[in-house]
Design a protein around this ligand. Structure first.
Ligand code: 5GP
Length: 125
């Protein structure tokens, strides 16, 4: 069920539980502000989720309320992970589903990194 991205942060969401160590993840990268791990249901040979450690519901929330340090760390991490995973030469896709029309399921900001094969059209028609 897609979420309403305007709701307040709910710290029972699954990524908050991963951040607290209550649930496992297959970690790819971590720094002071960012955690990245493999998607549990990959849609491409490489499918990584990158999340801020701060409590942000969505891209909308993070872009409006994240600190300069958090936003810089997040953008740097997405690029570094893609480089470290060897995705740059053949190309990759970064996606942030935001709210209902985009089908956002988990109410903690996450960016998907997809790669490892041709990724097809940007949107299904
Ligand atoms: P959204 O549709 O919100 O943009 O993406 C949510 C993503 O989180 C989906 O791709 C889904 O497979 C992934 N996901 C949901 N629960 C878990 C989990 O417990 N662990 C991991 N690693 N990924 C999850």
């Amino acid at each position: 069920m897609p979420i309403d991205a305007t709701l307040p942060y709910d710290d029972t969401n699954i990524f908050a539980r991963i951040l607290r160590g209550e649930l496992p993840c297959n970690k790819v990268y971590e720094d002071d502000h960012v955690l990245a791990f493999h998607d549990i249901n990959p849609a491409a040979p490489t499918h990584i989720l990158v999340i801020p450690k701060g409590a942000y519901v969505s891209w909308d929330d993070f872009s409006a309320n994240g600190s300069e340090a958090e936003i810089a760390a997040f953008v740097r991490a997405v690029g570094k992970i893609a480089r470290d995973e060897g995705l740059v030469d053949h190309g990759y896709r970064v996606l942030a589903n935001t709210g209902g029309n985009a089908g956002q399921e988990v109410p903690h900001l996450h960016v998907h990194i997809f790669g490892g094969q041709p990724l097809g059209p940007m949107l299904s028609r």
